[in-house]
Design a protein around this ligand. Structure first.
Ligand code: DOR
Ligand code: ZN
Length: 345
């Protein structure tokens, strides 16, 4: 068994940097591993315009450590009021790479999101015309729909229709959590892809609820039953090119997670690549890391592969128990766990 693994430097196709003082933690943690990242726009206020994305991008670049090459790929947040002209402006911008659909109320800072995804067809039409990808948080928010069914119902109510009406639109089904989402992506053709998070690959709802509530494993869409986890694992293990790395790394202060009404999100920036590698190694599929982490996403976004490499070592590494950032304590995803693979940096 090889003890080192060198792959093309990967990209993270879905993450949350936040803003302000938090950037001093999140940006270096990601930029030391990943060359590019799709930066989620759910700030308060959300990043709804090219102008705001440009300012946010500058704040991110200012936090990149000296000597590190990193490019933030900016995303605009769709609202009921997004003017169709913003799609053209985004398409003309060198640094905006996609729009994100958050159904209003689906997750952290989604209050300004879209109240009815079926009512913004004119925006999907413009994205199709200008060839700007649509990134989807695929969950309905109707209170009567069970939280474990929200992704499946989103496909039935909205996504099938969007996929059919706009056949040339590139769609990323973000952080897939169900067998239904995996099947949708498998069957939807080459212009549909999915990001896969470490938590949805490595865990199921037992990891959230057995033996007590585990707030640090709480994310949205919520972890599902084991059979759904296995459907995600299968797509990654077979090296299906529509499924690629997107950590959804999303820091929340420890007291906001360990609370009566705890926040959703797992902070995985530092550990993500060793976690994915350890998973693939467990199934004898380390050869699938290169495609999943470094090729499929870039191909989908029509960006070149990165010119440099990163090396992992088969060497025990313990995920830190705690980090401190922006004057707060953070408990990273899988805190304290011993992993068989480490970054050689
Ligand atoms: O768990 C999550 N956290 N899911 C999301 O969709 C948003 C994210 C966040 O921003 O904290
Ligand atoms: Zn996210």
């Amino acid at each position: 068994m090889p003890d080192t693994l060198t792959i093309t430097r990967p990209d993270d196709w879905h993450l949350h940097f936040r803003d302000g003082a938090m950037l001093a933690e999140t940006v270096p943690a990601t930029a030391r591993v990943f060359r590019r990242a799709i930066v989620m726009p759910n700030l308060t206020p959300p990043v709804t315009t090219v102008a705001r994305a440009g300012e946010y991008r500058q704040r991110i670049l200012a936090a990149v450590p000296a000597g590190v090459e990193f490019e933030p790929l900016m995303v605009l947040y769709l609202t009921d009021q997004t003017p169709v002209e913003e799609i053209a402006r985004a398409a003309a911008s060198p640094f905006v790479h996609a729009f994100k659909l958050y159904p209003a109320g689906a997750t952290t800072n989604s209050d300004s999101g879209v109240t009815n995804p079926a009512r913004i067809l004119h925006l999907y039409e413009a994205m199709e015309k200008y060839d700007v990808p649509l990134l989807v948080h695929g969950e309905v928010t109707e209170p009567e729909i069970d939280i474990f069914d929200r992704e499946r119902v989103f496909i039935d109510r909205y996504l099938n229709d969007i996929r059919e009406r706009f056949p040339a639109l590139r769609i990323v089904f973000e952080h897939v959590t169900t067998g239904e989402a995996v099947d949708f992506v498998r069957e939807a053709g080459q212009l549909t892809a999915a990001t896969v998070t470490p938590q949805h690959l490595l865990m199921n709802r037992n990891d959230l609820l057995v033996g007590g509530v585990r707030p640090h494993n709480y994310c949205l869409p919520v972890l599902k039953r084991r059979t759904h986890q296995q459907a995600i694992q299968k797509a990654v293990l077979e090296g299906h090119p529509a499924f690629f790395l997107g950590t959804d790394s999303a820091p929340h202060a420890r007291d906001q997670k360990e609370a009566a009404c705890g926040c959703a999100g797992c902070y995985s920036a530092r550990a993500a690549l060793p976690l994915y590698a350890s998973f693939l190694d467990r199934f004898g599929a380390l050869d699938k890391l290169q495609g999943f982490a470094s090729e499929f996403g870039a191909a989908f976004y029509r960006l070149p592969a990165n010119p440099d490499t990163i090396t992992l070592l088969r060497q025990p590494w313990q995920v830190p128990q705690r980090l401190s950032a922006a004057g707060e304590e953070l408990v990273p995803f899988m805190a304290g766990e011993q992993l068989p693979w480490a970054l050689a940096v």
